[in-house]
Design a protein around this ligand. Structure first.
Ligand code: PEP
Ligand code: MG
Length: 900
């Protein structure tokens, strides 16, 4: 097995394709050498060697030493310099390099090869003793801490003491003599701590450094980073041993970092920083203010011209924006690294679109380069990135599960009522609850953000907040909320009602105080790219929207209809006239508390006009597009108060006794409400609810149609488990609708269909499809019921299940990304059976998975007609659908090529 790959003198053993073996840096150096760019020579030890080293008790694989020494000899020959030589010695850097970028997570050793003899050689060759001893002390310092593990603080204290003894402030003021003295001090400290002399033999130094870089793959920082970034399946780090070039050799030297395009805006301008007379770490440390590339152009026009050419060449070669590191030594340019540049979401769109327009990449490639996160991050306000990190961490209160990204600032409130009360006065609030229920919807709506102590990513709070694109953190279990005392405590801090807090839904952090936010503006390129996505994709994209406002927003986001309108959300909030919300709340509560069908009907009559108006608003917003309206779904106890004081208040309003209210609420109690009297079971037992809702839908549709609005209603029954059940519902639906339509004398087409949310419904899909004109997979419930996991509480243990360093049972949260292996089996079964019974059966998905890119791709593959996502996730679904179509095309092509 070949463990070492050489590059230099215009030739390289490796290529840019070999990232897995050579790491990003090694592959980049090899490729840049191949295409004739000025790269210092060196060699890369592969990730397989690291893997072996870590798995075999820190032993190097057989033959590695021999291979490395052959490559070292080659390097010495090519450069005409020798490691450790007392005249003009070869010095090398030893750097890590992983296949996936892990910035700053692993180790580097610079100036390796210096010892008491070669430092003199370096001083002579450069005619700069100060420079040589500065390099030497940097090396001894780095080696001692990185390779041997001596405390950095002890070494830095010696440097500080030296400067104070010399009476100087900056490193640049220390003389050669000063640095020589420091080297001596470092070495005696080294001996006192290790009992050994500092290694003078450069080959020993080299192997020490290689081992330390391998070791840093398993360092705590690196392990944590891989876990957080979900980086798995890599062998380890490569090691790059490269001839040192110096940016700190005088005013004709320097070092810089540049991007081939602006990484924040995506604009096609050359962008970067350059530090004169400095080494790479000085740029990273940010001690001195660098100059921009325009100034470099003035100071070193030749170098700048060359760099411009490199920029063009690299972009053409890699066909993507590059992030490059370079050094100028004595007026000569060296490229030290190139990699695909990280960019802001706005820049990602602009670069993809511009590059496609320039003909550098194909439209399909432009679409593949955008990630769902790019889209999400484009729309949500975020914490001002200019805020100093330290300032933020000192304000951090705690954290929860980042259910909806973006950020929000407001005063903490602990009840929905208080939220509404304060919001009505124009205050910004954050609603903090143990958990939320439909009763809280009003308060949630007016809040800037929502924080709950329990729940997972598909808990009520998360689903509702996502629908509005509202920042939401759930499952912050360490937060102790005392709603009665109007305060919460977390990690020793107490936050009382009215105090400012800030939520960062991006990472789930909760901060004390009012932190500045910035709202990103979607760039023009966003529209262009999304229009390309629409041309490519095959599967439709609808939205989950419950109000005319959401419907309008979703349409702007590109939705082609509504896939789920949850009617119960309208029971609690009048979104057009919030001040009138009380009337409908009272009507629904009256309906629930009614003890006879007649009393229920009376209450329902009051709700009818509200629902009719809401539906009309939604139809108007969706003029010409299909609208799926789902009849009432949640268990009724969610709509009535449980606290005695509130029950008494309600009793008074309705004109019944508090005891009756308490008794009815008690009767509604269920041990497992999610498996109880909910979904279509409500309409089966209280047909008058169905009648009212169907009436409201059909009357609104007729009214709209008369006004020239094109309506395509689809009436959907939730939680169906049987054909007989659906037949009863369908018959009632058609009876009520038929009567109204006949009476109105207009021609109105509508569909009656069902959600598939229970395993039994999926298994018996052929029977159900005899009645249903469409299926919509409610994968929130289907996941819950298939897996036996509570969507509201699984947040307590699911993190352990998905943590690859812990239980690693799932790769993704099944409530977020569809469990293709298990739940998917039911989905595919139901599609096949359903279509067998009814070939034209329309099939969609309206669970949260409809807005998850991976799941959308799955829905495309299994042949659904559409997915439905909350308005802010509609663009994600459009893009994922396009990517799915592209992947399918590529796979078919590959299959043809392989002749299978
Ligand atoms: C579902 O269960 O997937 C669904 C869309 O319905 P809800 O989330 O309202 O239960
Ligand atoms: Mg459901």
């Amino acid at each position: 097995m070949k463990y070492v790959y050489f590059f230099g003198g215009g030739k390289a053993d490796g290529t840019g394709e070999m990232k897995e073996a050579l790491g990003g840096k090694g592959a980049g150096l090899a490729e840049m050498t191949r295409i004739g760019l000025p790269v210092p020579a060196g060699f890369t030890i592969t990730t397989a060697a690291c893997d072996y080293y870590l798995k075999h008790g820190r032993r190097y694989p057989n033959g590695l030493r021999r291979e490395a020494s052959k490559n070292l000899a080659h390097l010495e020959k090519l450069t005409g310099k020798e490691l450790g030589s007392a005249s003009d010695p070869l010095l090398v850097s030893v750097r890590s390099g992983s296949a996936r970028s892990m910035p700053g997570m692993m180790e580097t050793i610079l100036n390796l090869g210096l010892n008491d003899a070669s430092v003199e050689g370096l001083a002579k060759a450069t005619k700069n003793e100060r420079f040589a001893y500065d390099a030497y002390r940097r090396f001894v310092q780095m080696y001692s801490s990185v390779v041997v593990g001596l405390p950095k603080g002890d070494l830095e204290a010696r440097l500080r003491k030296l400067k104070s003894d010399l009476g100087v402030k900056d490193d640049t003021q220390v003389t050669a003599q000063g640095w020589r003295q420091l080297v001596g001090e470092y070495k005696s400290y080294f001996k006192s701590k290790t009992g050994k002399d500092f290694p003078e033999d450069p080959v020993e130094q080299l192997w020490g450094a290689i081992g330390a870089v391998f070791e840093s793959w398993m360092g705590e920082k690196a392990v944590t980073y891989r876990r957080v970034e979900k980086i798995t399946g890599l062998l380890g780090t490569a090691v790059n041993v490269v001839q040192m070039v110096y940016g700190n050799r005088g005013e004709d030297s320097g070092t810089g970092v540049c991007f081939t395009r602006d990484p924040s805006t995506g604009e096609k301008t050359f962008f970067g920083d350059f530090l004169l007379n400095a080494q790479g770490e000085d740029v990273v440390a940010g001690i001195r203010t660098p100059m921009n590339l325009r100034e470099l152009k003035e100071r070193m026009p030749q170098v700048y011209k060359q760099l411009e050419r490199v920029r063009e060449q690299l972009e053409k070669h890699y066909r993507d924006m590059q992030d490059m590191e370079f050094t100028v030594e004595g007026g000569k340019l060296y490229m030290l690294q190139t990699r695909t540049g990280k960019r802001s979401p706005a820049a990602a769109f602009r670069i993809a679109v511009d590059m496609a327009n320039e003909g550098l990449i194909k439209v399909e490639e432009a679409l593949e380069r955008i990630s769902p996160e790019d889209i999400e991050r484009l729309f949500y306000p975020v914490l001002d990135p200019k805020l100093p990190r330290q300032d933020l961490s000192s304000r951090k209160l705690g954290e929860g599960i980042n259910a909806v990204p973006g950020a929000a600032v407001g005063r903490a409130v602990f009840t929905a009522e208080e939220a509404e009360h304060r919001a009505a006065k124009g205050e910004r609030v954050i609603l903090v609850r143990r958990e939320t229920s439909p009763e809280d919807v009003g308060g949630m709506y007016v809040a800037q953000g929502i924080l709950t102590a329990t729940g997972g990513k598909t808990s009520h709070a998360a689903v509702v907040a996502r629908g509005w694109g509202k920042c939401c953190i759930v499952g912050a279990e360490k937060i102790d909320i005392d709603a009665d005392a109007k305060k919460m405590s977390v990690n020793g801090h107490v936050v009382s009602e009215g105090e400012w807090i800030t939520l960062d839904g991006g990472d789930g952090s909760v901060y004390l105080g009012e932190i500045a936010l910035v709202a990103p503006e979607p760039p023009k390129a966003f529209e262009t790219l999304m229009s390309w996505a629409d041309k490519v994709r095959k599967i439709g994209v609808r939205t989950n929207a419950d109000t005319p406002q959401d419907a309008r927003l979703a349409r702007k986001m590109g939705a082609q209809g509504i896939g789920l309108c949850r009617t119960e959300h309208m029971f609690f909030k009048d979104f057009e006239h919030p001040e009138k919300s009380g009337e409908r709340q009272l009507a629904i509560q009256e309906m629930i508390l009614a003890e006879t069908a007649e009393a229920r009907r009376k209450a329902l009559d009051k709700l009818l006009p509200f629902q009719r108006r809401d539906f009309a608003g939604i139809f108007e917003a969706m003029d010409g597009l299909p609208v799926t309206i789902r009849l009432i779904d949640p268990p009724l106890h969610e709509f009535v108060p449980h606290e005695p004081a509130k029950q008494a208040e309600l009793a008074k309003k309705i004109g019944i006794s508090a005891e009756v209210v308490a008794r009815r609420v008690e009767q509604l109690h269920e041990a497992n409400p999610m498996l109880g009297h909910r979904g279509c079971r409500l309409a089966i037992t209280y047909p008058e609810i169905l009648e009212m809702q169907v009436r409201a839908i059909i009357e609104a549709a007729i009214d709209c149609q008369k006004r020239g609005i094109k309506v395509l209603p689809e009436i959907m029954h939730p939680l169906v488990l049987d054909k007989r059940e659906l037949r009863i519902l369908e018959t009632s639906t058609r009876r009520v609708a038929g009567e109204i339509i006949a009476h109105s004398k207009v021609k109105l087409e509508y569909l009656v269909g069902t959600m598939i949310e229970l395993p039994r419904a999926a298994l018996l899909a052929d029977q159900i499809a005899e009645v249903a004109e469409f299926f919509s997979f409610g994968t929130n419930d289907l996941t819950q019921t298939t897996m036996g996991l509570s969507r509201d509480d699984a947040g307590r243990f699911l993190p352990v299940y998905v943590d690859q360093a812990k239980a690693a049972i799932f790769t993704d949260d099944p409530f977020q990304t569809l469990d293709v292996e298990g739940v998917g089996m039911l989905v595919e079964w139901a599609i096949a059976r359903g279509r067998k019974a009814r070939p034209k059966l329309k099939i969609g998905i309206c669970g949260e998975h409809g807005g998850d890119a991976k799941s959308v791709k799955y829905c495309h593959r299994v042949g659904m007609n559409y997915v439905s996502a909350s308005p802010f996730r509609v663009p994600i679904a459009r893009l994922a659908a396009a990517q799915a179509a592209i992947e399918e095309k590529q796979n078919a092509k590959a299959k043809r090529r392989n002749g299978s």
